[in-house]
Ligand binder design. Structure first.
Ligand SMILES: NC(=O)c1ccc[n+]([C@@H]2O[C@H](COP(=O)([O-])OP(=O)(O)OC[C@H]3O[C@@H](n4cnc5c(N)ncnc54)[C@H](OP(=O)(O)O)[C@@H]3O)[C@@H](O)[C@H]2O)c1
Length: 290
């Protein structure tokens, strides 16, 4: 099968590039904005007319959650909604399975239990609203799709909370981190492997499904930061503060854990515990000096 990964220079896209170095079952093609701008419908049409693709994994997105609240709003709408609509329509007309990534931020965070795929979306941030609107464009396009909702992504590639904490842990004596937002951290490498399992389980058969995937275990950001310092060997104190005290622009959900029963039943996946994956990622960061 020929798999195209768009947005391949981001965290998740880079994990797929890493995996493609040893995965021999599929033919991989990788594009990012310089080689295939997904906001350019004509460019997508041209690419797909020249290249035979069976599955498109869309890793391209606008992911700057706070910036999306003001100066990034237009870009978020363009990349997370309109471009996703272009991709979905092109996948429909070329008989391509679209695998798209969405987010826990489509929920408002008021649930008393982990969110299932059937829970109603109620996004409160521009980022969350655009990501949910993108999901809806896919559904209404009529294309074959798998939407994977994930949360709190980190990787040895790109910029993320883990790498920021490792840097601050060397520079500062303490950091303030919120202790009232609870969720599931997710190593992008584990997410990429979960998507591969979905592909192996489904092949290119017609499918229209949403799956949740994150690492196992629910924690607040402050505990995550403490674990990063502990594993990363940083002598830095985590001072717990509330979301209100932190005062960021976007109103993030206070609770956004994802229920993974559906993906477990569909693929038989054993989901790694968040701390075990964090240890592996930090080891990779230290080895690569990324
Ligand atoms: N990060 C998280 O915590 C998180 C949590 C839940 C869900 N997700 C979702 O998971 C997916 C992967 O996230 P990620 O963290 O890997 O994202 P990322 O690191 O921000 O990567 C996104 C990639 O898409 C590229 N891109 C932007 N506009 C494009 C365009 N018009 N055409 C082609 N490529 C374009 C970006 O290039 P530039 O860097 O040059 O803009 C970047 O390489 C996204 O759908 C995201 O919404 C992320």
């Amino acid at each position: 099968m020929n798999i195209l990964v768009t947005g391949c220079n981001g965290q998740l896209g880079s994990e797929f590039r890493k995996i493609s170095n040893y995965e021999e079952e599929h033919n991989w093609s990788f594009t990012d904005i310089d080689t295939l701008d997904i906001c350019n419908n004509k460019a997508i049409e041209d690419y797909l007319s020249k290249n035979k693709i069976d599955i498109c994994i869309n890793c391209a997105a606008y992911t700057a959650v706070d910036k999306a609240e003001d100066e990034g709003k237009e870009s978020a709408e363009l990349i997370n909604v309109r471009a996703v609509e272009y991709l979905a329509n092109n996948c429909k007309s070329n008989n391509i399975l679209l695998i798209h990534i969405s987010t826990d931020y489509i929920f408002d965070g008021t649930s008393a239990r982990a969110y299932t795929e059937n829970d109603n979306a109620c996004p409160e941030t521009v980022y969350g609203k655009t990501k949910y609107a993108g999901e809806q464009k896919i559904v209404s396009s009529g294309c074959s799709y798998i939407i994977v909702r994930t949360s709190w992504l980190y990787s040895s590639f790109g910029n993320n909370f883990v790498k920021t904490m490792l840097r601050l842990g060397s520079e500062r004596q303490y950091v303030n981190v919120v202790n009232d937002q609870n969720g599931n951290p997710t190593w992008a490498y584990d997410l990429a492997n979960a998507i591969l399992l979905l592909i192996r389980r489904n092949g290119v058969k017609e499918i229209k499904e949403v799956f949740n995937f994150s690492n196992d275990g629910i924690i607040p950001w402050s505990n995550f930061a403490e674990a990063i310092f502990h594993i990363g060997g940083k002598n830095c104190e985590v001072r717990s503060i509330s979301t209100e005290e932190y005062g960021s622009k976007a109103k993030r959900p206070l609770f956004s854990a994802l229920d993974k029963t559906k993906i477990k039943e569909f693929t038989g996946i054993k989901i790694p515990f968040w701390r075990d994956s964090l240890i592996k990622c930090i080891e990779e960061i230290n080895n690569n000096n990324n």
